[in-house]
Write a protein of this length. Structure first.
Lengths: 437, 363, 361
């Protein structure tokens, strides 16, 4: 990591999509914005690998394509060797494509089934008029051998190869123009274990030999940990945490990183680590949660300072609030005799909360829910129990280990009684393994 | 007698390009309540195994020989009526892609209660009630309300829960789960595995889990069968497979996976790729990729043997670790000189022969 | 067993396998003659596979043979002379054969209708003349049906080819660029679709007048719509493929992306549709002929022949309508068989090699 200008610098990158709409909607301007990528910044140095991890729909592939200008970013800049490439003309961009390439997840769909391997790799050479001293065929042969393929197969069609071989062809195509930077968009996700390792090794060898920098996009943290120098964890279009693998896996960690890491099944039958189970699934990016986007699933939301909450109580109240917002409580199915008890049971709320003041508010909210006045319940809860997590957007800030975007590590919010860092890993495992309390 | 016994199962596909040998002399058993893992890369014949259990092999595939005994009865000799009542009722299946396993034009509730009505002979109201109970048991909130929702109104993880609910609805004795979490994100995968574990314990259901993910197997299974090119190459209790693998292919797989906290620069992986099942290498199918292969490996097809004794394996009656490699029958001149070390264990006791390959290095 | 000595742990990445030495495999001579081969035979493209599948389909082959036979009959029914406007070779006979037993225009008005008789059919050596009988003007129907294929068949093929030339580029542009261009083209298609096929064709002929090229133009005006629609839909899905993104990432130009990467992969359903619609086009041309909007009543186009003999069957002269009708029927049937064959050839759903590798995953 030199102090010099990085090879690639992304600043405040944003990419919004218009949600699906028909002709009439477009005419009337009735469209919703989907924030696929929301204010993302990072740098990649020469010969370095940045791993980008996250669950499906978090915007990681969009970042890759926006950097290559295959999809025009809505806002933000991408500096390649110090030059902002978001403003380049089409022909300047075409020249730049020699230096930036991409390889894809699905080797079957990333190669044109009607062209031979020779045509596929040759196309890259033809576009940029790359021939040099050697002939086109010799160059193709050389590329095929470099990625570990038999050069005599150049006249075959893609459907004759296996997945791993196709991925190698895809890599050869990207290498054909001698790039300095390659976006690897889940290049091993579709491959078998042994082939995955072969491709990872190949990518590393190429990096050593040719000094190529990678943006390595994947959903599998263990793969990324193996190959990356820096890892960025994404959630709903934002970077939650960024740092070297060591920093990332050491505390302090973003609660999402923690959950993501704990969810990876360890290939060790005697491994017995704590598993943090996140509730529900990723919210829709059309209408993302306010404040910290992770707060609807976060096991470590900061409780309001005016009230005394046990961690589970607070979690249950948050869940009540979340479900009231989504109107996801089937009130009519509860027992008519004691709807409140049934509701409390459904929501894992203890029969009385430890703080009587909080108990009063929750009871009122539950009554609204029982009358199916979800809006009232939601606004009551969010007004009374305000937490910075649902109101303020966290920013990436330097910690002892990497940069983390979470209020837990922001001194401004340290007033809360249940600061996650002071009680060690207790609150982290709190909601999942509550049996020991 | 185990609940499920598969003996010498051979499945062939007769195609224009040649005969695909999808499984070869496959034998294993699953006890009641056991979790049995089938691991292998694509094209190893894992899925064919599960389809054969359900007798769902279609043209041009044929179950050429072998027996599949479920509770002592040979499935392959049952008539269609018996088979239908077995499917779903006693053996249920969970597929990889929940999105296509559910019929988009019926509500999820209807799809569950249909299975219940058919197999348990309940009236509509009772079936509905049971369907809602099942949906609740797989952790779908507001089950009664979501009964009337269509599959597309559920997220991927929730859809997989519904598929599990359908599988559970008739309280089967065996669930065949074919890559149930492959299409899901890790955090959702963790939820689904936890759920499967819960229901398997609660209903005392045996599960045959087919997967390529060695992490999932380690976490979930009691016993494991590793398949390569349609052959079982190693079968053992899960801990032996991970701490003391006895077939070079298993060793290669173990060393190919990137592990968190592992600081190796390079992954030692298996070179080449799996042969297609039409034209397989002679002798041991793995020999072109095996660092320990010798000339004898190209002549003799190794049998599954007990790694301690070298006697032919009896996968139906014994739990011993078995592997199909000539090293265990003394027909290999060299040694399988790999080593498995476990960090943090007392050094000398664990390293070397104890954790390496005792049956081999001793000779 | 070693496992009994291991303890449960929360630490990750404890197990390490060493000594699985890949280099040994790569550096040694192959142990056996077995070599990992590619998944199928050498260098066959998808088109070749499609052709192989087509050849296996007997019905489709039968259809193709029938069409070839009808085309040959039409071409060799009468000699072909180049028109006098043709440079250098003006007036030359390029096709000297004359298979038709009589000049299709030779009249014998005095005798008029002749019934095809069994004796005539079985006579040996066959006279050829009047095998199918003769029409009101005493013209030999067999000769007219053979010669009429020139009109009917060529209208079918030419109209479809021209419709493709209009529909495919428009649909491609709409599908690839989307946005306003797409909106404009597809709304035009919707608009034209709102009229019944035949009504639109009638309207065009009413404006342009009757004639061979006028008829083809009428058929093209309505005929390009389905191609534009199909190709647009296909392109929308094909352009999502990563090889298209890869080509963009390499800096290919739009034209090359469309013609090299998108169109070849989107054409299959269009070709199927085009094959099938040659039949419909011939039918529509015949229908236009039948309602008197086709070629001149003197021409031997099959629809026109039917038109002229509209009342023949009612008057007991079944042969005058039967044979041209039969010609249309046989041709359309044959084209449909070929069309189905082409569709099956392009769509490997029923192909065995593909289904079982899927099952083995």
């Amino acid at each position: 990591m030199s102090g010099s200008e990085p090879l690639l610098r992304v600043e405040g990158l944003e990419k919004y999509y218009e949600s699906e709409s028909d002709f009439i909607d477009r005419l009337l301007g009735r469209q919703k914005k989907v924030k696929a990528v929301d204010d993302v910044s990072f740098e990649i140095h020469e010969g370095e690998t940045l791993g980008l991890v996250g669950e499906s729909g978090c915007g990681k592939s969009t970042i890759g394509r926006s950097i290559l200008q295959l999809r025009k970013p809505t806002a933000g800049s991408v500096y390649f060797k110090g030059q902002d490439i978001t403003t380049l003309s089409d022909s300047d961009l075409r020249d730049l494509r020699k230096e930036m390439q991409i390889i894809f997840q699905n080797p079957q769909s990333s190669l044109n089934p009607r062209l031979t391997v020779n045509d596929i790799i040759g196309e890259a050479l033809d576009i940029h008029g790359i021939e040099g001293d050697v002939s086109r065929d010799a160059r193709i042969k050389d590329l095929l051998e470099r990625v570990g393929l038999n050069a005599s197969h150049a006249n075959r069609y893609p459907h004759e190869f296996s997945g791993g071989q196709l991925q190698r062809i895809g890599i050869a195509r990207a290498l054909a123009v001698d790039p300095e930077f390659i976006v690897c968009d889940e290049p091993v996700s579709a491959l078998d274990v042994s082939v995955q390792a072969q491709i990872l090794n190949l990518l590393e060898d190429l990096q050593d030999e040719l000094g190529i920098a990678y943006l390595f996009i994947a959903h599998d943290l263990s793969v990324v940990e193996h190959i990356a120098d820096q890892i960025a964890v994404m959630y709903l279009g934002k970077i939650a945490e960024i740092g070297t693998p060591e920093e990332l896996f050491a505390p302090p960690q973003h609660p999402y990183t923690e959950a993501l890491l704990s969810a990876i099944p360890e290939p060790d039958p005697l491994w017995d680590g704590d598993r943090i189970l996140l509730e529900g699934s990723v919210p829709s990016p059309i209408d993302p949660p306010s404040g910290c986007k992770f707060h609807t699933r976060c096991p470590r939301v900061i409780p309001p300072s005016d009230y005394e909450f046990e961690q589970e109580e607070w979690r249950a109240v948050m869940s009540l609030r979340h479900r009231a917002r989504e109107e996801d409580i089937a009130v009519e199915t509860f027992d008519d005799g004691a709807p409140m008890e049934a509701l409390r049971e459904e929501l894992d709320l203890p029969s009385t909360l430890s703080d009587p003041e909080a108990e009063r508010v929750v009871q009122e909210a539950l009554r609204s829910v029982a009358d199916e006045e979800f809006g009232d319940a939601e606004s009551l809860l969010s007004e009374t129990f305000d937490t910075p997590c649902s109101t303020d957007k966290p920013v990436l800030r330097e910690t002892d280990a990497g940069r983390v975007a979470c209020h837990l590590f922001d001194p401004a919010y340290e007033a809360g009684p249940n600061d996650g860092t002071t009680t060690g890993d207790g609150p982290a495992a709190g909601s999942a393994a509550s049996g020991d309390d | 007698m185990a609940m499920l016994e598969v003996e010498d199962l051979n499945v062939r596909f007769y195609t224009d390009d040649g005969v695909v040998r999808a499984t070869n002399d496959l034998s294993y058993r699953i006890e009641a309540g056991e979790r049995f893992g089938v691991v292998g890369e694509s094209g190893a014949g894992k899925s064919v195994t599960s389809l054969a259990l359900m007798r769902l092999i279609d043209e041009p595939g044929v179950i050429e020989s072998g027996e599949i005994r479920f509770k002592g009865e040979n499935i392959l000799e049952m008539d269609d009526e018996e088979m239908r009542s077995l499917r779903g009722n006693e053996i249920a299946m969970i597929f990889q892609d929940a999105g296509t396993a559910l019929n988009p034009s019926y509500t999820v509730g209807e799809q569950i209660s249909e299975a219940i009505r058919y197999h348990l002979d309940l009236d509509e109201a009772a079936a509905r009630e049971r369907a809602i109970e099942t949906l609740e048991s797989v952790g779908i909130p507001s089950a009664a309300e979501r009964y009337g929702d269509y599959p597309h109104e559920f997220s991927g993880g929730m859809q997989q829960r519904v598929v599990i609910a359908i599988a559970l609805s008739c309280d089967p004795d065996l669930i065949i789960a074919d890559e149930p979490t492959t299409a899901l994100d890790v955090t959702i995968e963790a939820q689904i595995l936890e759920l499967l574990e819960e229901v398997a314990t609660e209903y005392d259901t045996a599960i045959q889990l087919i997967t390529h993910d060695l992490g999932v197997v380690a976490e979930f299974c009691d016993r494991v069968m590793v398949m390569y090119a349609g052959h079982p190459v190693e079968m053992a209790p899960v801990e032996d497979v991970y701490y003391d693998p006895q077939h070079p292919y298993t060793v290669g797989l173990m060393s190919s996976i990137p592990r968190i906290g592992d600081d190796r620069e390079r992954l030692q992986t298996i070179p080449g790729r799996m042969p297609d099942l039409i034209e397989m290498p002679p002798g041991c199918n793995f020999h072109p990729r095996c660092p320990y292969a010798e000339e004898s490996c190209t002549r003799v097809e190794p049998r599954l043997v007990d790694v301690e004794t070298g006697e032919p394996a009896d996968p139906i009656n014994s739990d011993a670790q078995t592997a199909a490699c000539l090293a265990h029958t003394g027909e290999l001149d060299g040694e399988l000189d790999y080593e498995v070390t476990v960090r943090g264990e007392d050094g000398p006791a664990e390293s070397g022969p104890a954790s390496g390959s005792p049956g081999v290095t001793d000779r | 067993m070693s496992s009994e000595t291991s303890q449960r742990t929360t630490e990750r990445g404890r197990i390490r396998v060493s000594g699985f030495d890949v280099d040994r495999v790569e550096s040694r001579e192959p142990l056996s003659s077995w070599e990992p081969d590619l998944q199928s035979e050498a260098g066959r493209g998808r088109l070749e596979y499609a052709w192989m599948r087509f050849k296996r389909n007997r019905l489709a082959l039968f259809g193709a043979t029938t069409i070839a036979f009808m085309v040959l009959l039409a071409v060799f029914s009468r000699p072909i002379q180049l028109p006098s406007s043709f440079p250098v070779l003006a007036g030359q006979t390029v096709q000297p054969f004359s298979l038709a037993p009589a000049d299709p225009a030779a009249q014998d008005v005095i005798t008029g209708y002749r019934e095809p008789t069994l004796e005539n059919l079985l006579a040996w050596p066959s006279a050829g003349l009047y095998l199918f009988g003769a029409d009101w003007a005493g013209r030999d129907i067999l000769s007219r049906v053979m010669y009429g294929g020139r009109w009917s068949l060529s209208i079918g093929f030419i109209a479809v080819a021209m419709a493709l030339l209009v529909g495919v580029p428009l649909g491609s542009v709409a599908g690839y660029y989307g946005g306003k261009v797409d909106e404009l083209i597809m709304r035009l298609v919707d608009l034209l679709y709102a009229f019944p096929f035949i009504v639109l064709a009638i309207a065009v002929i009413a404006v342009l007048g009757r004639g061979y090229w006028e008829m083809i133009l009428a058929l093209v005006v309505v005929g390009w719509l389905p191609y534009a629609r199909i190709i647009r839909g296909e392109i929308l899905s094909v352009k999502e493929n990563e090889y298209v993104t890869a080509a963009k990432a390499l800096g290919s130009r739009d034209r090359s992306i469309i013609t090299r990467h998108i169109l070849p992969n989107a054409m299959a359903p269009v070709i199927v549709q085009a094959t099938l619609s040659i039949g419909t086009t011939v039918l529509v041309a015949a229908a236009l002929g039948f309602i008197g909007l086709g070629l001149s009543p003197a021409s031997a186009e099959w629809g026109v022949m039917l038109n002229v003999e509209q009342d023949a069957i009612a008057r007991g002269r079944w042969w005058a309508g039967l044979f041209p009708g039969l010609a249309i029927f046989v041709f359309v049937m044959a084209i449909n068989l070929v069309g189905d064959g082409v569709r099956d050839a392009f769509d490997p759903q029923g192909d065995q090699t593909d289904t079982d590798t899927g099952g083995l995953r």
